[in-house]
Design a protein around this ligand. Structure first.
Ligand code: FE2
Ligand code: FE2
Length: 311
């Protein structure tokens, strides 16, 4: 039997984010508290984990079964437990891969926005922590993917150039940040305390969630203020075009979760057919609606969206 050692429990690791009283605070009020929390919870990516030599893809769950992209479909029903576990390793490597790719433009976008007129002072100080933590996340995810999946799944997104209304590029940037972080956090929260999955995977999800709780709390408030600042200057057409883009961007973000290469690596035939089936399968559509609900509620509340996107 292959080794399945537990992940390091100490060092001291970011165990809890703390219950800061963040309700109704502005981003400028939140930023110093979040910076303090980042300093208190600082961790070292190179010593935070014990890395087992290997993870046995046929005995360990690497993703909670209910989160696997084809869970609840006829294809899933036809798989043995060993096949399902094998798929769970490739699925988690895919999940970590596209979160890593989402963090790369996030870091460069945050760097671009430091020391601007509207971010000087405590906000830029917090952005330094944000960037530091995202950089560590990329290292952590990269190490897992390369060691146990033998690869980081390549990025599929194509960014098309487009024209922006005044302030729209910043609003769109922070919407994209929130989408990758909220959807990622939905998975982190489920996996971090799932006793069925490999302890290293649970630990990586927990470490990520603890930093992300601060990023999300800042991002939600900063985006709300940014949108309030710019929305009045946008024409009705610009507002409508933005909302159409946002709904489509959110729905298309889910495409990353259904990767034909993952199905192929797990030994399943017709990866493209499986992706197509899952994208339109009612169980998978319901899952995406449910997993996106908190994020969509926020967009509706702020006015960034006026109707629920179709998943
Ligand atoms: Fe992250
Ligand atoms: Fe983050």
């Amino acid at each position: 039997m292959l080794a399945s050692p537990s992940a390091k429990e100490c060092n001291p690791g970011p165990e809890r984010v703390g219950k800061e009283d963040n309700a109704m605070a502005t981003s400028a009020e939140l930023a110093p508290r979040l910076s303090d929390a980042s300093v208190r919870k600082i961790w070292d990516v190179y010593s935070a984990f014990d890395w087992p030599d290997e993870i046995d893809p046929e005995t360990d769950w690497c993703m909670s079964p209910e989160l696997i992209s084809i869970h609840g479909t006829e294809v899933w029903d036809g798989l043995s437990e060993r096949q399902r576990k094998r798929l769970s390793l490739h699925e988690v490597v895919n999940f970590f891969s596209f979160v890593l790719y989402g963090e790369r433009p996030l870091i460069s976008g945050l760097m671009d926005r430091m020391y601007r007129k509207n971010t000087r002072g405590p906000i830029t100080e917090y952005l330094h922590h944000f960037v530091d933590e995202e950089n560590k996340h990329m290292i952590m995810f990269g190490m897992f993917c390369n060691r146990y999946g033998g690869k980081i799944y390549p990025e599929k997104k194509i960014v098309l150039p487009r024209e922006y209304a005044k302030g729209e590029e910043d609003v769109a940037f922070f919407c994209k940040v929130l989408i990758v972080e909220e959807l990622g956090d939905f998975y982190n929260l489920k996996m971090m305390s799932d006793p069925r999955i490999h302890p290293l995977v649970a630990r990586i999800n927990k470490v990520h969630h603890i930093d992300e709780a601060r990023h999300l709390s800042f991002g939600r408030e900063f985006l709300r203020e940014l949108f309030e600042e710019h929305r009045e200057a946008w024409s009705d057409e610009e507002m409508a075009a933005f909302r159409t883009w946002l709904g489509q961007y959110l729905a298309s973000s889910w495409g990353d979760f259904y990767n034909p290469a993952v199905y192929k690596d797990a030994g399943l035939e017709d990866g493209y057919g499986i992706r197509k089936m899952a994208l339109s399968h009612p169980t998978c559509v319901r899952f995406r609606e449910n997993a996106s609900a908190k994020l969509v509620d926020y967009f509706l509340d702020v006015g960034l969206l006026t109707e629920r996107p179709e998943f």
